[in-house]
Write a protein that binds this ligand. Sequence first.
Ligand code: SF4
Length: 345
Amino acid sequence: MQGPVSKHSGSVSQIEPKIAAKLAKQSYHLVGEHGGVKVCHWTKQDLTKGRHCYKGTFYGIESAGCMQMAPNVDTCNLACTYCWREPHSATLHKIDDDPLELFYESVRAHRRLLTGYKGHKDVLLEDWERAQDPKHVAISLNGEPTLYSRLGEFLEVCHDHGVSTFLVTNGSLPKVIENLDPLPTQLYVSVDAPNKELFNKLCKPKFNQNAWEMLEETLALLPSLDTRTVCRHTLIRHESLGHHEDYARLDNIADPNFIEAKGYVYVGHSQKNHTIDNMPAHTEVMEFAHNLASLVGREVLSDRRESRVALIGHEMIPITLPEKVRDLPRDLGIAKPQHYPLPQA
Ligand code: SF4
């Protein structure tokens, strides 16, 4: 079934109807052929309560001005057991949307999803109006974004509009990272296992059995990249929590600007693979962080208990927004409502 066609997008969602229906039920707005936008919990918290996410604390991100999206919400090359998202398509789709249209379509979708906050009793109108023009794009909603063949161009479009970019990758495509131009404002590599054995058990590569070696290759690239880099460890009690020396070996290869130690959260689809006992307490995350910090010659700079996360590094440096060289079209408008019913069995 074909999805709606918008003024700023010739593309029609090609996401399999069953997956599209599930994502729409989870408040995704689909954009491009395989992309999607979803308003983050913290964007809502910042608009209604002035509380921002841990990236606000660590890097100065304005959560109310953040747009959470992905160019391919149905496509990933790993099947991580701790991933809260719905299972992805079994097919590795070609993702090559026009980057400018994908950006505009995403902003229109974000505005559609924020309509309910206009006139909200706890939201100032000027805050809602400001949120219509995102200052930050978190390319982390779902799927592996380095599978998007025009990712560099998309980053350039965002930066040209004065919008910073956080790109989260599983690091399985080092050649894409090596040739990425421009680089994102901040590049996250998910390093969610201390060694190959646990990586294959927890990250379950779907198409490439050398995914661990690919991740190591990506980590070895990081010191040469001219942008902010982060290694993030999602820690599962009784599985990947601990192993400090192994993580230190990887982090010393990558030498990132920052390391995030983050506790696994027992939510969504991951509940099929793990139990609540796999969720470490914040005290365990902090203990891990202090142990790791001493092995990589750094210190624990900050933490957020409610997000079970700690920041390891040399010093905290807030991000700066790219210089804006073009404005959003005045007539950009807002995306039409979408409807993706579950296909009849
Ligand atoms: S940076 Fe991430 S957690 Fe923070 S508001 Fe954006 S999407 Fe949410």
